[in-house]
Write a protein that binds this ligand. Structure first.
Ligand code: AMP
Ligand code: GLY
Length: 415
């Protein structure tokens, strides 16, 4: 079959790598792709939030399945347009993607579906939010809309929270402000591949969002991840499926939304049990990079079944052992990443390791940095320690001026 994959980051490189291993795939076209993906399929430069342009490409390439990587095309209604044109699509319609695009909508769904989440209040008036925040004291302040990771402030005092309300209220995504109770505990990502009704869970994974070792510095898109993150035993993971994923899909269905794509639950494991911090409507990045290394089954039939609303096999076999991914970032990331530096790659790569490109491009024959998160060094191993040592050794062999990466990815993982 012919597959069209949308996106050009590390997540899409990992997906392309996994999809390419399927004997079912005849052609793989990726828009826009990146230089790493170009070794696996044809890359087509395209504005993937332009629904008409994506539909035209899908028709030109006779796509049997379109897989949407990032949230922007989902929120822009690209999956709706593709479905209307008769294509099988892995990725929810815009109405479903609102669960990521609007935190207020996500909370409304969770409340209606009785999904465990933090207590919250919603405000459309910034000053009313600030006044309430001042009284609340330590509180989490969130902008309703997509804010590229900059829409959440965990305030330690009422004063700080009130200031955060005004700062977030000034963002385009801050028309509505949420105040939320501060929860504590380890954070975990649980992703479900959904067909609108049924779902299959990927292994739990953990991301490292702060830029520096020891969880210091500003938040980023993610500096590294590992899987499985064994904070939950198999019964507890099933319970997350039962208490979070299933009721959410059911509530969306009640509202006429058949969610066919990834429902990503960002969880906090509090002393009182798991709570949903956020939903995403797509696979996580960098989590997907390690999840694809762990997945021990052909991904193509699974995504196709989800796209068609016909998922029958709801268990995804996993490899034994662990995978660790370390993001190599550009100097100045996340505030002002420096780009255009020549990247040196190792001439050979040890078995069980993978490099996934994100912000790279070719300048003539030379690979150069072209974004904040540039490349991920991933490795598998029988133990987390082994996977981590291999990924770190691989990361050391990739150099450019000012590149940096965390040395403590998966260091705090449960055994
Ligand atoms: P979100 O985009 O909602 O996942 O929030 C981004 C980050 O803010 C999360 O990964 C948490 O580290 C933190 N956070 C969000 N909500 C809460 C909460 N209710 N209590 C404590 N930390 C939170
Ligand atoms: N790594 C976090 C995310 O993809 O949202």
């Amino acid at each position: 079959m012919n597959i069209l994959l949308l996106g050009g980051g590390g997540r899409e490189h990992a997906l392309a790598w996994k999809l390419r291993q399927s004997p079912l795939v005849k052609s793989l076209v990726v828009a826009p792709g990146n230089p790493g993906i170009a070794a696996l399929g044809e890359c087509v430069p395209l504005d993937i939030t332009n629904a008409a342009a994506v539909v035209t490409l899908a028709k030109e390439r006779s796509a049997h399945l379109v897989v949407v990587g990032p949230e922007a095309p989902l929120v822009a209604g690209v999956a709706d347009a593709l479905r209307a044109a008769g294509f099988d699509v892995f990725g929810p319609d815009a109405a479903g993607a609102r669960i990521e695009g609007s935190k207020a909508f996500a909370k409304e769904i969770m409340q209606a579906a009785n999904v465990p989440t933090a207590r919250f209040e919603l405000f459309s008036d910034i000053e009313a939010a600030a006044a309430r925040a001042l009284a609340w004291g330590p509180v989490v302040v969130k902008a309703d809309g997509l804010a590229a990771g900059k829409g959440v402030v965990v305030a330690t005092s009422g004063q700080e929270a009130a200031e955060a309300c005004r700062a977030l209220g000034a963002l385009p995504s801050g028309q509505t402000i949420l105040l939320e109770e501060v929860l504590t505990g380890p954070e975990l990502s649980v992703m479900a591949l959904c067909d609108g009704e049924r779902f299959a869970l990927l292994a739990p994974s953990q991301d490292h969002k702060r830029v520096f070792d020891g969880d210091r510095g500003p938040n980023t898109g993610g500096m590294g991840a590992y899987a499985p993150a064994n904070f939950l035993n198999p019964e507890q993971l099933d319970e997350v499926g039962r208490t979070v994923i299933a009721p959410t899909l059911a509530e969306l269905r009640r509202r006429g939304i058949s969610f066919r794509g990834t429902l990503y639950a960002g969880l906090m494991l509090t002393p009182a049990g798991h709570r949903v911090l956020e939903f995403n409507a797509r696979l996580g990045d960098p989590e997907t990079q390690v999840l694809m290394m762990q997945l021990d089954t052909d991904l193509v039939p699974v995504l196709q079944a989800c796209a068609r609303g016909a998922l029958t096999n709801t268990t995804l076999p996993q490899r034994a052992g662990f995978s660790v991914g370390i993001v190599l970032a550009a100097e100045g990331y996340p505030e002002a990443p420096r780009t255009g530096d020549a990247i040196e790659l190792p001439t050979s790569q040890p078995a069980g390791t993978q490099l996934f490109h994100a912000g790279t491009k070719l300048s003539g024959d030379q690979l150069v940095s072209a974004g904040g998160r540039v490349i991920t060094a991933c490795a598998s191993g029988a133990t987390l320690l082994e996977a981590r040592a291999r990924a770190t050794a691989l990361a050391e062999t990739i150099t450019w001026q000012g590149r940096h990466f965390r040395k403590d990815i998966a260091a705090g993982a449960p055994p």
